[in-house]
Design a protein around this ligand. Sequence first.
Ligand code: HEC
Ligand code: HEC
Ligand code: HEC
Ligand code: HEC
Ligand code: HEC
Ligand code: HEC
Length: 165
Amino acid sequence: MTVLLFFFLLVFPVAAQEAHEICASCHKLQATDFQSHPHAKQQINCGTCHGESETHSSTNGGSPPDRVPAGYELPAECGACHTDAQKDYSASKHGVTVLARGQKLAAHCGTCHGVHAPRTLAQMKVQCNRCHEKLAEPHPPVPPSETAQVCFTCHNNHTLKTAAR
Ligand code: HEC
Ligand code: HEC
Ligand code: HEC
Ligand code: HEC
Ligand code: HEC
Ligand code: HEC
C-alpha cells in the first residue's frame, strides 16, 4: 500500500488538485468557479492556461503569471484539445474578425463559454446583446428570448451559418 502510494506520488508530482490549491490560496473566486467546469474533472488545471507561474506565486503576484491568453490566442489555446470547434470557429465571421486582431471586436471562445465557470445559454445571450442588440435589416423575425438558443435554432453555433448558406 505504502509502495503504491509512493509510486503515485512519483508519477504525478503535482496532481491537478494540488496545483489548484496553490493558486486557490489567493484566487478563491476563480478556483471556485473552475470547480463547476467539466474541465475540473479532467487533467486540466490552472497551469494548463496560465503556466506553472511559480515566480508569480512566490512573489505574491508581484510578477505576472507566466501566461494570460488574450481573446485572439484562445482559438489556438482551446483548439489544442477542441479541434473541430477551432476549425469551424476560425472560418466564421467571429473567428475571422478576432484573428485579424483589428479594432473591431467579435466573440471569442471565452466570450461565449467563459474561461473558468462554463457560461449557460442565458449568460451567452447577455454577451450576444452587447454587440447584436439590433440586427441589421433585413433579418428574419426573432422571438424575444432570454437564451442564446433562439439564435442557434437557425445559426450553427460555431460556423454561424444558416441552412440558407
Ligand atoms: C500569494 C498570492 C498569489 C498566488 C499563490 C497566486 N497569485 Fe495570481 N495574483 C496575485 C495577485 C496579488 C495578483 C494581482 C492582483 C489581481 O489582479 O488580483 C494576481 C493576478 C493573477 C492573474 C491576472 C494577471 C493579469 O495580468 O490580469 C492571473 C491570471 C493569476 N494571478 C494566476 C495565478 C495562477 C494560475 C496561480 C497559481 C499557479 C496564481 N495566480 C497564484 C496573487 C497570487
Ligand atoms: C481553459 C483555460 C484557463 C484555465 C484552466 C484557467 N484560466 Fe484563468 N484565465 C483564463 C483566461 C483566458 C483569462 C483572461 C480572461 C479575460 O481576459 O477576461 C483568465 C483570467 C484569470 C485571472 C484574472 C482575473 C479574471 O478572472 O479574469 C485570474 C486571477 C485567473 N485567471 C486565475 C485562474 C486560476 C486560479 C485557475 C485555476 C483554478 C485558472 N485561472 C484556470 C484561462 C484559464
Ligand atoms: C488540455 C485540453 C483542453 C483545453 C486546453 C481546453 N479544453 Fe475544454 N474540454 C476538454 C475536455 C477533456 C473536456 C471534457 C469533454 C467531455 O466531458 O466530454 C472539455 C470540455 C469543454 C466544454 C464542455 C463541452 C460539453 O460537451 O459540455 C467546453 C464548452 C469547453 N471544454 C470549452 C473550452 C474552452 C473555451 C477552452 C479554452 C478557454 C478549453 N475548453 C480548453 C479539454 C480541454
Ligand atoms: C458565438 C458563441 C460561441 C463561440 C464564439 C464559441 N462557441 Fe463553442 N459552443 C457554442 C454553443 C451555443 C454550443 C452548443 C453547446 C451549448 O448549448 O452550450 C457550443 C459547443 C461547444 C463545445 C461542445 C462540443 C461541440 O463541439 O459542440 C465545445 C467543446 C466548444 N463549443 C468549444 C469552443 C471553442 C474551443 C471555441 C473557440 C475556438 C468556441 N467554442 C467558440 C457557442 C460558441
Ligand atoms: C464582441 C462583439 C460580439 C459578440 C459578443 C457577439 N458577436 Fe456575433 N458578430 C460580431 C461581429 C463583429 C460580427 C461580424 C460582422 C461582419 O463581419 O459583418 C458578428 C457576426 C455574427 C453573425 C453573422 C455571421 C455570418 O456569417 O453572417 C451571427 C449569426 C452572430 N454574430 C451571432 C452571434 C451570437 C448568437 C452571439 C452570442 C452567442 C454573438 N454573435 C456575440 C460581434 C459579436
Ligand atoms: C429564423 C432564423 C433565424 C434566427 C432565429 C436568427 N437568425 Fe440571424 N440570420 C438568419 C438569416 C437567414 C440571416 C441571413 C444570412 C444567412 O443566410 O446566414 C441571418 C443573419 C444574421 C446576421 C448577419 C446580418 C446582420 O443582420 O447583421 C447576424 C449578425 C445575425 N443573423 C445574428 C443573429 C442573432 C444574434 C440571433 C439571435 C438573437 C439570430 N441571428 C437569430 C436567420 C436567423
